[in-house]
Write a protein of this length. Structure first.
Length: 509
């Protein structure tokens, strides 16, 4: 640093004439060499012209900064030689103490005002010495942050995945709940407009809540088939009631009425039902060509009797493993509008002499075309909201007003009217009931679930799968659209492919 005597400031006017000589004196072409008897100190600084101060000290003199503005680089501000500062005296008039005080205060305020723009920079040597230390500190902090980040990612990755899964399941559950509520509201509106008083129903009763209702399609002539099921996979008596109460599984044989109500066939079913209490009677007339009507009535009736998550239809010549069936259904319980079965697309038969003749074959395009994808008729399941949809559209009411009497009294016309509610189905029925069900859903936002565990073959197919640990939910022969000679073979199929009597009781829903 510069060694200076007490400095006396000079006015700009007095210094103006000396500026050139002073600068010439203080800017030699070469720096003087140091001798043994002398000492020279130099201040070598590069001062950009845009940052010069108001006053600079040159040769122990204070010069106004404006005079140095045109000089880009000032090499020597004050060379001091031995004894020089003692011989030379400051020239000019002394500045009053008040002026110095005012200037100091003004400089302090100006410095405070521009502190944010003008930070003092440390010396280059100090910066160079601190760089390795700062780099080492930064390296340690970076390494520590990286280690903590990896630990955090490792510890929270599983938690994040779990939370995402839970959120996804919650959204699916809410979607299904909303869909169910919409169907229930639509059902209530339909019942109200239909006038349930005419049907003698109580609309505010509470339905029994269960997991699944299994309806077994049967006929008047199929008593032996029904007995073969009761002897194998279908519980009876107290076990049937226990299954409903503890596991929420309802099983009923589904049948309508004969052509002659109250005849021998109807009485036989009544007697069988009184013994086993495992029938659901529908209002239609039984017949092979009425299977589409029977399916529609089954779902629309069952949904008004049980509050179930699923409704299943199965034929009476199919073997079931109840535990595996409810396990397969439970995989989709969070999904709304589910249609589950073995999906197929069979040919549309236009020949009249064949068994599965389709009178409306022309609706499916040219000859040789196939049906749209639908579940095979041996076994299928639908969720509650789809069953409610069928119930709503099963029979649409419309009113018919009839004039009972009209006569004139006191010049006033009085008309006695009688309103009769008529019902007509809006769901179209095709020749095959499985095609009809698929047609009712083809234009809806329905999730088709193709589950091949619901259509295994009879032994050895289902037996091999059971031995491999893949127990089938249902088994039948495709060639017979059920188990061929089911009355004779049902017990053998059950022994070879059955899951065990305790499986359904050990199933957790």
């Amino acid at each position: 640093m510069l060694e200076q005597n007490p400095v006396q400031t000079l006015h700009e006017q007095s210094d103006a004439s000396r500026t050139d000589s002073v600068l010439t004196e203080s800017r030699p072409n070469t720096l003087p060499e140091l001798s043994d008897h002398g000492r020279a100190e130099f201040c070598l600084n590069r001062i950009p012209s845009e940052h010069y101060a108001r006053y600079f000290i040159v040769n122990n003199r204070v010069l106004p900064g404006e005079k140095l503005g045109s000089i880009k680089i000032l090499h020597i501000l004050s060379p001091l030689w031995p004894g020089q500062h003692e011989t030379k005296r400051m020239r000019g008039k002394p500045v009053p103490a008040k002026a110095i005080l005012v200037q100091c205060i003004a400089s302090f305020l100006a410095g405070s005002l521009f502190t944010s723009q003008n930070w003092a920079r440390p010396s280059a040597g100090h910066q160079v010495n601190d760089i390795p230390v700062e780099i080492e500190k930064l390296s340690k902090v970076t390494h520590d942050c990286e280690r903590k980040r990896k630990l955090a990612e490792k510890s929270t990755s599983e938690d994040i995945i779990g939370e995402v899964t839970k959120t996804h399941q919650a959204i699916k559950s809410l979607d299904k709940t909303i869909s169910t509520l919409e169907m229930e509201i639509a059902t209530a509106r339909t019942r109200q407009s239909a006038g349930e008083l005419s049907l003698g129903r109580v609309s505010n009763h509470t339905l029994q809540k269960v997991f699944v209702v299994i309806g077994i399609n049967t006929a008047f002539s199929s008593k032996k088939r029904r007995d073969s099921l009761r002897e194998t996979w279908m519980p009876e008596g107290a076990k049937l009631k226990k299954l409903e109460k503890e596991k929420g599984i309802v099983i009923r044989f589904v049948i309508g009425h004969s052509v002659t109500p109250g005849g021998v066939l109807d009485r036989a079913i009544d007697d069988e039902n009184a013994k086993y209490k495992d029938f659901l009677r529908l209002g239609h007339i039984e017949g092979y060509h009425e299977l589409s009507t029977k399916t529609r009535l089954y779902f629309s009736t069952a949904v008004t009797m049980w509050d179930a998550e699923y409704y299943v239809k199965v034929d009476d010549d199919v073997h079931l493993n109840l535990g595996m069936l409810v396990s397969r259904l439970s995989l989709h319980r969070s999904k709304p509008r589910t249609y589950i079965g073995c999906m197929k697309s069979g040919p549309v038969l236009s020949q009249k002499e064949v068994k599965y003749h389709e009178p409306e074959f022309w609706k499916f395009g040219e000859e040789g075309n196939k049906y749209f994808r639908h579940a095979t008729g041996q076994l299928y399941a639908i969720s509650k909201d789809l069953a409610a949809y069928i119930s709503i559209n099963s029979s649409v009411p419309y009113s018919l007003s009839l004039s009972k009497d009209t006569y004139l009294i006191d010049y006033k016309v009085k008309c006695y009217m009688m309103r009769v509610y008529m019902y007509r189905p809006i769901l179209h029925r095709y020749a095959n009931e499985d095609v009809s069900l698929g047609a009712w859903f083809i234009g809806l936002e329905v999730q088709h679930v193709d589950d091949r565990a619901l259509c295994c073959g009879t032994p050895p197919d289902c037996e091999w799968k059971r031995q491999a640990g893949n127990v089938c939910a249902a088994s039948f022969d495709w060639s017979c659209s059920g188990i061929c000679r089911s009355v004779e073979r049902m017990k053998d199929v059950h022994n070879s492919c059955g899951e065990g009597d305790e499986a359904v009781w050990n199933t957790e829903l």
